[in-house]
Write a protein that binds this ligand. Structure first.
Ligand SMILES: CC/C=C\CC(=O)SCCNC(=O)CCNC(=O)[C@H](O)C(C)(C)COP(=O)(O)OP(=O)(O)OC[C@H]1O[C@@H](n2cnc3c(N)ncnc32)[C@H](O)[C@@H]1OP(=O)(O)O
Length: 716
């Protein structure tokens, strides 16, 4: 809808009214078209002001409409009509003008923005391009290079930057609408000429061809297989090389190739899933809309290792006062230097942080409302810390553990108030990575979960509430994926071949490069504790079998050789030296694998790329179905968001569960059955009951999985 009022001074005010973000639904487009015609037809009206209700100009086209047949007036003719009109139209921008919202504003003759407004063309993040003239008008307004940056990254731009770039004409600090109306009165009757952006010529770099070629190379490298960024470059290139009308035609053609693509569907699914996971619930009935989070003003971080430092920085940047605790003065000093350096590096251009105190004295925690323990990943050590915390902190302090998979309930059991204990699984570097798994135990109270979820949001993270089991959601699913990668090496593949397949699929890094980066000793320690390697192994047990199933000792053998990854200059790959980043295939690894296969009588074979992908990804997906069966994740969206934000799963493939649906659940089932038949000693390849049930239910769309999951769970 759009509301129309005539205000004194011959101004027509058109207000977009579709809360919360005034998305350009068919009804809104109709409303704008009708009210604009009315303003044009009214001889008393000399100028028009366009604004949005509720403090938001416009969040763009209504993304929900993309899934169905489009109806109502098109955006392009509507914006063209605004621009072509003889009466000046002023956009009064508060809140956001994004996507179609900014394109609408670019069709207006003037733009006045509140100083807190944000603008941008984020269509690329939805697998699209700004196809309501954005790729043609923006370069004509701010030049090719700046437009290309905005359109290919989709980044939001502050009002100040928008003014500098020339996207908006003026900023206001107070009454945006009032200023816009006054301005509209002042320019009524003036010629519009070059205020019509379509009539301008874009400012282009001198060597246009090589500039565009360079831009294509750059976006392809960053896009990891996503199509939209490249289409954006081509569309912006058309603005530089073709007259406006032909450029618009090119924009439409390129949009048509994206609009119904699987990638656009995946990216739009991610958009809605990201919001859906905020509406969390737990099996015990706690819910986002009934549990009230506690306000957190003061927090403590226990342990200033890599994770603790990042967590402290994250809290401080959210304006929360932090007490940072270490066991001795030396560790404390190292932590202090590291945190200070991180804060200094991130300080430029940022707001004020909360106060920070360093101490070795746990008694200093009497005033904090929340503690995040981030000590060494060892259950016994963490239990000891939780006993101490429980003794020192007031009984109503929320105690969180930063663990990547340890039993949260065992820690809760060490405290006076187990209902106030939750897991907060941060991902490293904790001040950068967007994901937070909030792990509720069987006794975690609704308020504890709500507070941790809300805290994650305050820290700028995407928080996902998950149940308590070894590895929670992300790391539990990662285990069978890693295992398959090791088995593939035993069978004949090389690390770089496995990595290449995964990187071509869209992961930023393949499994072995990631292992080298994180350090092979991390998993080694976990496997030793689990009795899979080291002194805990029963004498005489085959190195390739553990607990009645296939096991690969390959990563353990590498660790025994001191090959711990980048930190030692060698792991699966070879590096220039300890700490170096560039991975080179290592002849040592190849001959080590060859000897290993000979020693165990394994006949190497050429492993096809398809098999690498299917075994690694379908094993992970299969575990995802088990996670759903067990109620550890509420729905497939939770898993997909965890994988996209925490594990580098390519967003344009929607996440593992979405990918399974896109490939076809029957195909995933069939391939898992095939591989399980070939490898009966790998139980993870046995298709899960839920996957079978979904296939039997006729491969329902992912939005309908929750119903099937509920039925399967009720029968288990
Ligand atoms: C021809 C094609 C031309 C143009 C193409 C486009 O315009 S594509 C759309 C481009 N616009 C965007 O990508 C903006 C998407 N929205 C956002 O980034 C954020 O929602 C926004 C506007 C910054 C507001 O953020 P905030 O954190 O305040 O709210 P939240 O994200 O939770 O959104 C509130 C609810 O609004 C829904 N919503 C937001 N934008 C749209 C949209 N463009 N279409 C439809 N719905 C939208 C969002 O899903 C939330 O809904 P809820 O049911 O409450 O979860």
């Amino acid at each position: 809808m759009a509301r129309y009022v005539r205000i004194p001074g011959s101004i027509a005010l058109i207000t977009l009214a579709n809360p919360p973000v005034n998305a350009l639904s068919a009804a809104v487009r109709r409303g704008i078209t009708e009210t604009l015609s009315r303003a044009i037809a009214d001889p008393e009206v000399k100028a028009v002001v366009l604004c949005g209700e509720n403090g938001n100009f416009c969040g763009g086209a209504d993304i929900k409409e993309f899934a169905g047949p489009m109806s109502g007036p098109g955006l392009v003719p509507m914006i063209d009509a605004i621009e072509a009109g003889e009466k000046p139209v002023v956009a009064a921008i508060e809140g956001v003008a994004l996507g179609g919202g900014l394109e609408l504003a670019l069709g207006c003759h003037y733009r006045i923005a509140h100083c807190k407004a944000r603008v941008g063309l984020p269509e690329v993040t939805l697998g699209l391009l700004p196809a309501a003239g954005g790729t043609q008008r923006l370069p004509r307004l701010i030049g090719l290079s700046a437009a290309l940056d905005l359109i290919t990254t989709g980044r939001h731009v502050s009002a100040q930057e928008a003014l500098q770039l020339g996207i908006v004409d003026r900023l206001t600090e107070g009454d945006t609408l009032g200023v816009a109306v006054e301005f509209a009165q002042s320019i009524a009757g003036q010629p519009l000429g070059s205020r019509r952006l379509s009539t301008r010529t874009p400012a282009c770099p001198a060597d246009l061809d090589s500039f565009l070629q360079g831009a294509l190379v750059q976006v392809r490298r960053r896009a990891r297989g996503a199509m939209a960024p490249e289409a954006c470059v081509r569309a912006v290139g058309a603005a530089a090389t073709l007259p406006y009308s032909q450029g618009m035609q090119r924009e439409q053609e390129l949009m048509a190739s994206l609009f119904r693509s699987a990638q656009a569907r995946a990216l739009q699914y991610c958009f809605f899933s990201q919001r859906l996971v905020g509406r969390w619930s737990t099996p015990s009935g706690a819910r986002w809309d009934s549990a009230e989070p506690r306000p957190i003003r003061r927090a403590a971080v226990i342990g200033l290792g890599t994770m603790g430092r990042g967590i402290a920085v994250s809290l401080l940047q959210a304006g929360i006062a932090v007490v940072a605790v270490e066991t001795d003065e030396q560790q404390l000093e190292a932590g202090r230097r590291a945190v200070t350096a991180l804060l200094e590096r991130r300080a430029q251009g940022r707001g004020s942080e909360g106060p920070l105190r360093f101490t070795t004295d746990l008694q200093q925690l009497r005033q904090v409302e929340l503690v995040i323990e981030a000590v060494f990943e060892d259950l016994a050590v963490k239990k000891q810390v939780f006993r101490q915390l429980s003794a020192v902190c007031p009984a109503d302090t929320l105690l969180c553990t930063n663990t990547s998979g340890l039993d949260v309930e065992q820690l809760a059991a060490c405290t006076r108030s187990p209902e106030l204990v939750v897991g907060t699984h941060f991902f490293g570097p904790a001040h950068v990575m967007k994901l937070l798994e909030v792990v509720y135990g069987p006794r975690s109270s609704p308020v504890a979960v709500a507070t941790a979820m809300h805290l994650g949001k305050r820290l700028g993270k995407v928080s996902v509430a998950v149940g308590n089991c070894p590895g929670f959601v992300g790391n539990r699913m990662l285990k069978p994926y890693l295992e398959q990668a090791h088995f593939l090496l035993e069978e004949g593949a090389a690390p770089e071949q496995v990595d290449q397949a995964l990187e071509e699929f869209g992961f930023a890094m393949g499994v072995f490069r990631v292992a080298d980066l994180s350090g092979l000793d991390v998993g080694w320690r976990v496997r030793k504790e689990a009795g899979l390697t080291g002194p805990g192994v029963a004498p005489g047990e085959s190195p390739r079998r553990r607990q009645g199933r296939r096991y690969s000792p390959l990563p353990d053998l590498l660790c025994e050789q001191g090959r711990l990854g980048q930190k030692t200059g060698r792991g699966w790959y070879l590096y220039e030296g300890p700490g170096a980043r560039e991975a080179r295939p290592d002849p040592w690894t190849h001959s080590f694998l060859q000897q290993y296969r000979q020693q165990h009588g394994l006949q190497p074979r050429a492993v096809p790329q398809q098999e690498v992908l299917e075994r690694c990804l379908y094993a992970l997906i299969n575990e995802g179905f088990r996670v759903l069966e067990d109620g550890i994740a509420t729905g497939p969206e939770d898993i997909d968001i965890i994988y996209v934000f925490g594990y580098g799963w390519p967003r344009h493939r929607g996440g593992p569960m979405f990918h399974a649906g896109a490939v076809g659940l029957a195909t995933v089932l069939d391939r898992l059955e095939h591989y399980h038949h070939a490898h009966p000693d790998i139980p993870n390849l046995q298709p899960s009951a839920l996957l079978r049930r979904l296939v039997a239910s006729g491969n329902p769309p992912i939005q309908k999985w929750r119903e099937v999951i509920r039925r399967v769970r009720s029968q288990l």
